[in-house]
Design a binder for this molecule. Structure first.
Ligand SMILES: Cc1cc2nc3c(=O)[nH]c(=O)nc-3n(C[C@H](O)[C@H](O)[C@H](O)COP(=O)(O)OP(=O)(O)OC[C@H]3O[C@@H](n4cnc5c(N)ncnc54)[C@H](O)[C@@H]3O)c2cc1C
Length: 487
């Protein structure tokens, strides 16, 4: 008999991953459906990686404000359970002009009202003491010690791998195209004709949540992509601050930030611009110039010389409402909307999942906790090993000291482990291991990784994909091409 899942989550970004992690703690049959050939392919892979401090929005007046504060609190326990890179390095909002101090005071009052722990209004002397890389011209600011940074893809992968250890059924390449309510359950059909049954559906489809809602006959709304460009500086950049540096926000944006990423690099960005195309991930020279010019006035030592790459992501913004939309559908049964998850969606994700669980309870679903939830073991990485430990790992398996990515110090053993966990493209491996994320941006390691992928997946080199279907890197062998030319 075909399985009827208790819950099918549509979308393998941070929202879907957090929901999957939370729901697999209960005695439920849970499926996660992702349209791409790997999870974390949407906005969850292309953001600033900040665990926000809980003072930018009112927790009383906005859902995103409430869930940001709660989500932030949940990160310590989550990172202890799942071992992803996370540091509570603290956040500074810096006033560079006297007239910005009033807005800083308002943010401080909002932080107090939101019960943000340890939030502090800072004089010029205090803020320079907290971050000596700020220019001497600063006027003061705000300090939120509980803000931090997280490696977003590691968070998503860790939650999904843990959920899989606890019986999550993950279906990749499953683009939920339609849903029919039979009276007892949803019959969900993918664009390739596959189908799956579930008593409850959770729409966590990010930029495409409006299309999924429509395909199931639920509420009509529009998701507008608001693009943000980010610029990544080399590990060696002297500009890396010890805390996340925010300017004083405008009514529409938190502004350009200087971020000491959880991966050890420095990032500047994001920009904020409504675009037409949800898949627009380009960056422009004009925005780069403006972003660097702003960041240079914020922190000493920022230089375009240290730029190693740029990328962008689109925030899924609900048209006409600058807030999350997380609720039971009022139009169709057993359907939960988790839409409009723009910033601070990464921070809020664990709390969004808590809310989804609450909504599921309201549908009458029994949420009994499993007696035993299996937590993943911490996975070693060569980058973090001292020489003695690396030698010990080498004795167990020489692949541990065969370094494939020199910039980020990633071994063959880690690449093979990532492939066995289901990351079977160059970009999937990059996000899972950091191989190719360093100074040379994959210049030296891509071919080596392609060979390992071909070996592990038992496919010819020409079939190795960069990312999505048809994104082949090699078109043929040089010998073959020459023969063709000679023909
Ligand atoms: C530039 C930028 C910087 C940001 N910085 C921060 C930050 O520092 N801190 C913070 O808290 N937040 C930040 N955010 C916001 C945060 O990244 C998002 O709120 C969050 O990642 C949203 O996650 P999601 O899972 O809802 O969406 P996504 O990650 O987009 O996931 C949705 C998934 O659904 C899949 N999908 C879509 N349609 C279907 C379908 N029909 N069937 C199956 N699967 C489908 C997609 O492929 C995708 O994998 C930032 C956003 C941007 C753009």
């Amino acid at each position: 008999m075909e399985t009827i899942f208790d819950a099918a989550i549509i979308g393998g970004g941070v929202t879907g991953a957090a929901a999957a992690y939370r729901l697999t703690h209960c005695r439920l049959k849970v499926a996660l459906l992702e349209k791409e050939n790997d999870v974390c392919r949407g906005v969850s892979k292309a953001n600033s990686g900040i665990v926000h401090g809980g003072f930018h929005y009112s927790a009383e007046k906005t859902l995103k404000g409430r869930l940001e504060v709660r989500g932030n609190q949940m990160f310590d326990e989550l990172s202890e359970e799942l071992h992803f890179p996370f540091q509570r390095c603290g956040i500074l909002v810096v006033a560079y002009l006297q007239e910005q101090l009033e807005t800083v005071r308002q943010l401080y009052q909002q932080g107090l009202a939101n019960h943000v722990p340890g939030i502090e209004l800072c004089s010029k002397e205090r803020i320079l003491e907290l971050e000596p890389k700020l220019p001497d011209s600063v006027c003061g600011g705000l300090y939120a010690p509980g803000g931090g940074v997280v490696e977003p893809y590691s968070l998503v992968f860790a939650m999904i791998h843990a959920a899989e250890l606890n019986d999550l059924v993950l279906q990749k390449n499953f683009r939920a195209a339609s849903g029919i309510w039979t009276g007892k359950y949803w019959e969900i059909t993918a664009s390739d004709g596959r189908s799956l049954r579930a008593r409850n559906v959770i729409n966590a489809a990010g930029l495409f949540a409006d299309e999924v809602s429509r395909a199931f006959g639920a509420e009509e709304f529009r998701i507008l992509p608001r693009k943000g460009e980010e610029y990544l500086l080399d590990r060696q950049s002297p500009a890396r601050p010890s805390k996340v540096i925010f300017p004083v926000p405008s009514p529409h944006s938190k502004g350009v930030l200087v971020i000491p990423t959880a991966g050890g690099t420095t990032m500047i960005g994001p920009t904020a611009e409504i675009v037409e195309d949800k898949l627009d991930t380009g960056t422009s020279e004009e925005n780069r110039t403006v972003t660097f010019a702003r960041a240079r006035t914020m922190v000493s030592g920022i230089s375009e010389r240290d730029l190693i790459t740029s990328f962008s992501g689109c925030r899924p913004v609900l048209e006409g409402k600058e807030d999350f939309y997380i609720d039971l559908s009022r139009k169709i049964p057993h359907f939960i909307q988790a839409a409009g998850i723009q910033s601070p969606g990464l921070t809020a994700a664990p709390a969004v999942a808590e809310r989804i669980e609450q909504l599921l309870k309201e549908t009458g679903l029994a949420l009994l906790k499993k007696e035993k939830f299996i937590l993943p073991k911490s996975t070693p990485s060569l980058r973090e090993m001292d020489a003695k430990t690396a030698d010990r790992f080498h004795d167990l398996d020489p692949e541990w000291t065969n370094i494939i990515c020199r910039c980020e110090k990633v071994s063959e053993a880690e690449i093979r482990r990532a492939i066995r966990q289901g990351h079977t493209t160059i970009d999937g491996i990059k996000l899972a291991t950091r191989a190719g994320m360093g100074r040379c941006q994959g210049g030296f390691c891509t071919l080596k990784i392609m060979h390992i992928l071909a070996d592990e997946c038992r496919i010819p080199l020409e079939e190795v994909l960069k990312r999505e279907k048809d994104s082949r890197i090699a078109v043929g062998r040089i010998g073959d091409t020459r023969e063709e030319q000679n023909r």
